[in-house]
Write a protein that binds this ligand. Structure first.
Ligand SMILES: [Zn+2]
Length: 192
């Protein structure tokens, strides 16, 4: 398995931030976990330490900009702790964010935002695809064989198709299910 973000790659970014701040974040211990909602952590005890979630840092689909933002976010906690004796996401932490180029927002919210954004995009793409079906389309159902779409109801991602099969008769199917499990044999416009 290839390593997406090695400890060394993370330390390289910490060194870059150290060069801006004159601090020594790159020399702190780094540990890795697999947390779902906590992408990174900074522990102030015993000189400080970082922890990052491999659920994100070893996911090839996770954008590099977000990984860098998590590293800078945690670095801002480290800087806040060392320079101002601060903790949490208050004023001094936000000043540190500005210094190291981190977005001054709590990460969990940002993760949720990204998650909902992606979910919304996926739903929009599905809705567009379902809007392409029309009466007269012929589909191949995995058990019932070929059937003709007779009617369509609903909107967005919750649409239904009344499909007429030679043996099984008429069935009302979720169009999202049809889209995922049935093959489109031909479009109605191509029938003539
Ligand atoms: Zn934080």
């Amino acid at each position: 398995m290839s390593v997406i973000w090695s400890e060394e790659a993370i330390r390289a970014e910490l060194r870059r931030l150290d060069a801006k701040t004159g601090l020594h974040g790159a020399s702190l211990p780094i540990s890795f976990g697999n947390a779902m909602t906590v992408l990174g952590m900074y522990f102030s005890r015993e000189g400080g330490a970082f922890r990052f979630s491999n659920r994100y840092f070893q996911n090839p689909d996770w954008p590099r900009e977000l990984a860098l933002d998590v590293i800078r976010h945690e670095y801002a906690h480290y800087m806040d702790d060392k320079v101002y004796g601060g903790a949490g996401h208050g004023t001094t932490w936000k000043m540190c964010c500005a210094r190291v180029g981190a977005s001054p927002v709590r990460l969990y919210n940002r993760t949720r935002e990204t998650y909902y954004h992606q979910k919304h995009e996926a739903e929009r793409a599905l809705s567009d695809r379902l809007g392409g079906y029309a009466p007269g389309d012929v589909i191949a159902h995995p058990r019932c064989g070929e059937g003709v779409v007779e009617a369509l109801t609903g909107e967005g991602t919750s649409r239904f198709a009344v499909v007429s099969f030679a043996e099984a008769g008429k069935k009302t199917l979720s169009l999202a299910w049809v889209d995922a499990h049935c093959r489109l044999v031909r479009r109605s416009s191509q029938q003539e």
